[in-house]
Design a protein around this ligand. Structure first.
Ligand code: AMP
Length: 397
């Protein structure tokens, strides 16, 4: 069966077409700048050069029709007829407390997702528009929602509650939700597979370090704590998000700048960008640090120190740690960050072998043979998780 995976942002749409017989990717692409000048589609059929379609793309409906046209294209496409599409799986950011696993999308689920819009005002509307655009073009194809928050629904209440008046949880659903769930799920399961041990027997800390970053404690296969919170702005220092700050910093900045500007500052102008004053991109930060830039060095040190603190905290939360996993853009590609994070964690049994760590972007164990904690790099594959879940759900498994 062929499954199309869709990930809609407010002005973008990423897609991958899988052949689930062997889980191969037949084609993938990205529609950018939807509703903005300069919109375009970049489409790649596996094994071919990418093709670029530049034309006005006023909304997600037009974007979806362009994607389907590209998939059907005689030269660059990957299917002969839309009937070949068995299902569509969507990444959906926020399901609140409503769903703890992926679900088939129907009217009731869509209504529940709309209720979650106040919890994710930037992300959920785009995801919903994407689902509705597919429904309009492919009314008979089953669709499945895979939620960023779902994997973390197993956290115990003392880990997800904030100590604010209880009514804010009961009535307004203010609590820790956590994000990047499909990634933490994928890499923790893959880590257990690589070790050849049942995930039920393992205490794993997964570090998803990208433009957005989060750390998760996975005990016996379940998320028991995670660094992102009510929104993805909490936790680690990120590309442009501030991560954990004293809540009074927020009210202080909001009193000075207004609530809307404060939100923008903490989400879009903070993190590596805010500290370095140069860039939100870790490659630039590392380059700046090597050139002796003090603020790039500070940004780098703040990120690595934060990750180290979370690893220690989650080892304590789980009563130990067997496996430490690095993934996503920085985790997969920065040997420097991996080494810096591990430095000083020897007391937990965490050690990185410099020679084994000297690579980018592959699956590999980087701790010395026989070390108490297995440290590894596992490239994440959120699209594959979505495709697998979609297949499982529409097959009734
Ligand atoms: P993601 O959000 O997973 O795509 O990750 C994006 C982040 O990964 C950006 O901060 C990039 O700078 C970072 N990244 C990608 N390649 C490298 C690299 N070779 N070294 C350091 N950071 C990298």
């Amino acid at each position: 069966m062929k499954i199309l995976v869709i990930n809609c942002g407010s002005s973008s749409l990423k897609y991958q077409l899988f052949d689930m017989a062997d889980e191969s990717v037949l084609a993938k692409g990205l529609v950018e700048r939807i509703g903005i000048d300069g919109s375009r589609l970049k489409h790649t059929r596996t094994g071919q050069e990418a093709v670029l379609v530049e034309q006005p793309i006023p909304d997600h409906k037009v974007a979806v029709s362009l994607v389907l046209k590209a998939l059907l294209d005689k030269q660059h496409g990957a299917i002969k007829s839309l009937d070949e599409l068995g299902a569509v799986g969507h990444r959906v950011v926020h399901a609140g407390e409503k769903f703890s696993c992926s679900v088939r999308l129907d009217d009731a689920v869509m209504a529940a997702l709309k209720e979650c819009i106040p919890l994710a005002p930037l992300h959920n509307p785009a995801n919903i528009i994407g689902i509705e655009a597919i429904s309009a073009s492919l009314p008979n194809v089953p669709q499945v929602g895979v939620f960023d928050t779902a994997f973390h629904q197993t956290m115990p209440d003392y880990a997800y509650m904030y100590a604010v008046p209880y009514g804010y949880y009961k009535d307004a659903k203010v609590r820790r939700y956590g994000f990047h769930g499909t990634s933490h799920l994928f890499v923790s399961h893959r880590a257990a597979e690589i070790l050849g041990k049942p995930i039920q027997d393992l205490k794993i800390v997964t570090c998803h370090l990208g433009n957005g970053s989060s750390v998760t404690a996975v005990k016996n296969g379940k998320s028991v704590d995670t660094s992102m919170g009510f929104t993805p702005v909490a936790g680690l220092v990120m590309g442009t998000r501030c991560g954990d700050v004293d809540p009074s910093v927020v009210t202080y900045i909001a009193a000075k700048e207004g609530a809307e500007k404060a939100d923008k500052i903490l989400n879009k102008e903070s993190g590596l960008q805010g500290i370095s004053g140069k860039s939100s991109d870790m490659r630039d930060i590392e380059e700046g640090m090597k050139a002796g830039d003090a603020r790039c060095t500070l940004a780098y040190n703040m990120l690595c120190y934060g990750i180290r603190k979370y690893i220690g905290a989650y080892a304590a939360a789980m009563g130990g740690i067997d496996v430490l996993v690095f993934t996503a853009g920085i985790g997969e590609n920065s040997p420097e960050v991996r080494a810096s994070v591990a430095e000083g964690l020897e007391f937990l049994g965490i050690k990185v072998d410099a020679a084994k760590n000297d690579f980018r972007g592959k699956e590999r164990i980087i701790s010395p043979e026989g070390a108490p904690v297995t440290v590894m790099v596992v490239p994440t594959n959120e699209e594959l998780v979505i495709a697998r879940d979609t297949l499982r759900i529409i097959s009734g498994r």
